[in-house]
Design a protein around this ligand. Structure first.
Ligand code: HEM
Length: 194
């Protein structure tokens, strides 16, 4: 066990709320780019953008490129790249390409994972939106259904036991992750317009 003081006891806001405040503007920006998923075109954009940033990050996680803080021991993220690929196939969009690999060596995994796992909260709303477009757990929206399996509450519990050392830089990495999300969503938008 680490002898470091858990982060929760050293600050007033919980680590989750620190990350939420630190990334509120970035989240709003992403939502502004994608808009509500009430048309097939909006959903295609979301799907292509998600695939683009998820593949290199999930690959880096699988290769251990991000390291793994002790406070996250026993918890694992809900990976969805495979289901995203299947959704793209359902929509005959096999041509979508992932973003090039990122160098995540100096990123704090807590910040990156906060963004990936937190997206499962909004996914419930998005799942309801795209059901009206004919997409569900068996066709076109497999990744959103998979996100329902996310262990978000467990992740938040893990955050509460992170030490200040483990948490250092998490907010910066969470914002940087949102920047990747935003640029992937924008590129997908441009690809559809162009
Ligand atoms: C149109 C697109 C999106 C919508 C409408 C949306 C909506 C939401 C909503 C409603 C919540 C709060 C849910 C709750 O508190 O129960 C949420 C949380 C969150 N979303 Fe999104 N989201 C979208 C896209 C994304 C994307 C693409 C990402 C990142 C890949 C993301 C990351 C997050 C994170 C990290 C949280 C957790 C914030 C917290 O700590 O409470 N969202 N989203």
């Amino acid at each position: 066990m680490s002898s470091a003081t858990p982060l929760q006891s050293s600050i007033h806001a919980s680590p989750r709320h620190v990350l939420r405040s630190a990334t509120a503007a970035e989240h709003a920006r992403v939502e502004g780019i994608t808009g509500p998923l009430t048309s097939r075109q909006a959903y295609v954009r979301y799907l292509m953008g998600s695939y683009s940033f998820r593949v290199p990050i999930e690959r880096a996680l699988g290769e251990g490129a991000l390291g793994w803080p002790r406070c996250l021991d026993g918890w694992r993220p809900t990976l969805i790249a495979e289901q995203l690929q299947a959704d793209l196939r359902d929509l005959a969009l096999e041509g979508a390409s992932p973003a090039p690999p990122f160098d995540l060596k100096n990123w704090n995994p807590i910040g990156v994972l906060y963004v990936l796992e937190g997206s499962s909260l909004g996914a419930r709303l998005l799942e309801r939106q795209v059901r009206h477009l004919g997409f569900d757990a068996t066709f076109g929206a497999r990744h959103l259904a998979r996100q329902r399996e996310s262990s978000w509450a467990d992740f938040v519990t893990c955050l509460d036991r992170c030490s200040p050392e483990e948490f250092e830089g998490a907010a910066v990495s969470a914002r940087a992750t949102f920047d990747l999300v935003a640029s992937s969503m924008s590129s997908a938008s441009n690809a559809l317009v162009g």
